[in-house]
Design a protein around this ligand. Structure first.
Ligand code: GUN
Ligand code: ZN
Length: 438
């Protein structure tokens, strides 16, 4: 296979730049390259440093005037909710009853599941998102459709069947034993196939009996590399409900701890209403959080404290949380993350924001050994952004010379219209604007 070299402005992160945008945490080449060999990163750096023979042998994709970043990573979304994005809000529990559960009930239909999975994954790629942690529904066919669609696109994707055995319509409930058996069959079918991994997926504590949570914890411990994904402390009424349902547990997080659902590769959406001790337990156990700002604003759930979570050492990735979130675009979501951080009086700085959308996602999903930046040997998932893709951005960016200012404007005014190309394991998959160059 011929090597590919992407030419353009290159930016990637080596670690979290922190609250002061530490300049040693990223690398940036205004005229740079990313070299790809057999689907993996072979190198990156200054274009001028490339030798003539290596250039002559490669297929050069000229993205000058554009920004090449590692593929964006969405740490939490529900693909079956694509059809109810923007359904009139109220708050979480009401929204679940009125919109989410009816929409998910339709995913007993394998054909609907296939069509929706194809649509959502194609749209994720068009939005520059190359990896995601995805909730299916309670139906095993909904997982089959999701995993088959990801496999066909060679995407690194984490997914799982929702476990729910109470407080949901009968059509959406499994039982503790059936849910565990169906999950085990799906693990056997999909976990480790291609770039796929399976996540044990109890929806959230209120919709699982203690027995179901116990079996979920046993399942997580049963097979190396399995994930757990769920929801935690999103909404105040939800937190009160959990306290009523689990009177023996000291708080919401203690429910998951009790059932063995904390640890590496466990990732929880939201985590808004937490105290310092809970953040400490998340960090100490290696459990990650998915920051879902647009969803949190849409459902009025509250303002996630990103700064406090990171200060406590919790891994945090960015997430659209479709369909409570209102866009698949992690660029728009990053803009919302900034606004939410402002409401916490800890504005997310520009470089740290783009770290959050890339390497931080890989870290939260424990995929930093293979994704998240352009280190040699990692899988070549990349997004190419056209910073001045809209008239407003072009106007705004006139005369802007600082990288930080440009990145900040891109996060605030940018969206999927800025995505010029997406590469999955070195293969270009999306072309929403024509290629640059002569
Ligand atoms: N909590 C439990 N289920 C859901 C869901 O589908 N979306 C969101 N945002 N929160 C949840
Ligand atoms: Zn969610």
């Amino acid at each position: 296979m011929q090597d590919i070299i992407l030419r353009g402005e290159v930016l990637h992160f080596l670690r979290d730049p922190g609250p002061d945008d530490d300049a040693a945490a990223w690398q940036h080449w205004p005229d740079g390259y990313v070299a790809i060999h057999a689907g993996r990163i072979a190198g990156c750096g200054d274009w001028a440093a490339l030798s003539a023979p290596s250039l002559a042998a490669a297929n050069v994709h000229d993205h000058r005037g554009r920004l090449i970043l590692p593929g964006l990573i969405d740490c939490h979304l529900h693909y079956a909710q694509a059809g109810i994005i923007g359904a009139f809000g109220r708050q979480l529990l009401d929204w679940l009853q009125h919109y989410t559960f009816p929409a998910e009930a339709a995913f007993a239909d394998a054909e609907l599941a296939r069509r929706t999975a194809d649509f959502v994954l194609d749209r994720l790629l068009a939005h520059g998102t190359t990896t995601a942690a995805v909730f299916a529904t309670v139906h095993p066919v909904s997982v089959d459709a999701l995993m088959a669609a990801a496999l066909a696109r060679n995407m690194r994707l984490i997914g799982g069947k929702v476990l729910m055995d109470r407080h949901a319509p009968p059509a959406l409930c499994d039982s503790a034993e059936r849910g565990a058996a169906e999950s085990a069959a799906l693990i056997a079918r999909w976990h480790g196939k291609g770039r796929l991994a399976y996540a044990v997926t109890p929806r959230f504590a209120p919709t699982s009996t203690p027995r179901q949570l116990q079996l979920a914890g046993e399942l997580y411990a049963s097979t190396p590399g399995l994930y757990v994904q769920s929801h935690l402390a999103e909404n105040r009424a939800e937190c009160q409900w959990v306290a009523q349902l689990f009177p023996g547990r000291s708080d919401y997080l203690d429910v998951y701890r009790h059932y063995g659902l904390l640890g590496p590769r466990c990732i929880y959406g939201h985590g808004i209403h937490l105290d310092a001790a809970q953040r400490q337990l998340l960090a100490a156990s290696g459990t990650a959080l998915a920051f879902c700002p647009s969803s949190n604003l849409f459902l009025g759930s509250g303002f996630f404290d990103y700064h406090a979570a990171r200060q406590a050492g919790v891994a945090v990735g960015l997430a659209s949380d479709i369909g409570a979130g209102t866009s698949l675009s992690l660029i728009r979501t990053l803009g919302d993350a900034y606004k939410v951080s402002q409401c916490r009086q800890q504005p997310l700085p520009p470089l740290r924001g783009w770290y959050l959308a890339t390497l931080a996602g890989a870290e939260a999903l424990r995929l930093e050994h293979c994704l998240g930046n352009f280190a040699v040997g990692k899988e070549a998932d990349c997004v190419v952004l056209a910073p001045a893709a809209t008239p407003e951005l072009a106007f705004r960016l006139q005369g802007v010379t600082s990288l930080a200012e440009r990145l900040f404007a891109l996060a605030t005014l940018g969206d999927e219209r800025c995505v010029a190309a997406t590469y999955v394991a070195g293969q270009q998959v999306g072309r929403s604007v024509p290629p640059a160059g002569p």
